[in-house]
Design a protein around this ligand. Structure first.
Ligand code: G1P
Length: 272
């Protein structure tokens, strides 16, 4: 079934400058844990064990994070501080990491296509780490989607309702409800103006993609913002009836914005 998770992590994170000058935005911490580690833990909880990370600059911080630091381990071994490393040690023990670089910044679709070499010819998950999700009664958003994949065997996008004026921040879908929380996708538009939005259901950063998406992406022309959009490639699959949208259970924070980041920080602080 689904074993691999792709993490596009090459964006510039301009909204968080200067913090993101030398480190990727995916390494910014909510409390003490980088966003990317939350994403990796969500993937592990969904039963995935191969993490494929598409990086740009700042690669070293990511690789070093998901690796053993012998000096640090040696320093704190047997001290009261050792427990701080328990979670990350567990992550490192439970999965493998591979990396590739997106050489040019040509959009999310292009980043995903850059990951083909790490994924190969199998269905896979995508997590955008700056969409931080808290689980619902112990069930992460990706786990919910992996279970759906077993039934539907097609590409899946996670969606949530948004205020109409926010449509220009998201990919927006439209289609027929085939179950209480599942839509057979018929249309999708990347960041439409509110007046052009086909619905109020916005894609958030969790996808399951079938591998034919790579061939489609190779043919996908730059769209919104002059970038190759995964939304446009998915529309091609949707036209063949091969995409569903899932209104996930749980809470999601837009940690790509300062407001969302602060909200997530407060939420997880109060929860801890
Ligand atoms: C990307 C996608 C968009 C999606 C969003 C979710 O946009 O292009 O369709 O709704 O992620 O966070 P970005 O936020 O990278 O501009």
């Amino acid at each position: 079934m689904i074993k691999k998770c792709l993490f596009p992590a090459a964006g510039y994170g301009t909204r968080f400058l200067p913090a993101t000058k030398a480190i990727p935005k995916e390494m910014l911490p909510v409390l003490t844990k980088p966003l990317l580690q939350y994403g990796v833990e969500e993937a592990i909880d969904a039963g995935l064990s191969t993490m494929a990370i598409v990086t740009g600059r700042g690669k070293r911080a990511i690789e070093d994070h998901f690796d053993v630091s012998y000096e640090l381990e040696h320093q704190i071994k047997g001290t009261s501080k050792e427990h701080y490393l328990t979670e990350i040690r567990d992550v490192i023990n439970r999965c493998t990491f591979s990396y590739t670089r997106q050489v040019e910044m040509k959009g999310l679709g292009h980043a995903i296509l850059s990951g083909e070499t790490l994924i190969g010819n199998e269905p896979f998950a995508v997590i955008l780490a700056d969409d931080l999700c808290d689980n619902h009664e112990g069930h992460g958003v990706l786990l919910q989607m992996v279970k759906l994949y077993e039934k539907y065997q097609c590409s899946i996008v996670a969606v949530e309702e948004i205020p109409p004026q926010d449509s220009n921040k998201y990919g927006v879908i439209a289609g027929e409800f085939i179950d209480e929380d599942i839509v057979q996708v018929e249309n999708m538009v990347e960041k439409p103006d509110p007046k052009d939005a086909p619905s109020n259901l916005a894609i958030i950063g969790r996808y399951i993609l079938t591998p034919d998406i790579f061939d489609i992406l190779r043919e996908t022309k730059p769209g919104k913002g002059g970038e190759v959009q995964i939304t446009d490639a998915l529309l091609e699959q949707a036209k063949q009836g091969k995409v569903i949208a899932y209104k996930f259970k749980g809470k999601r924070f837009d940690c790509g914005s300062v407001d969302g980041f602060v909200e997530a920080t407060n939420y997880f602080y109060n929860k801890a």
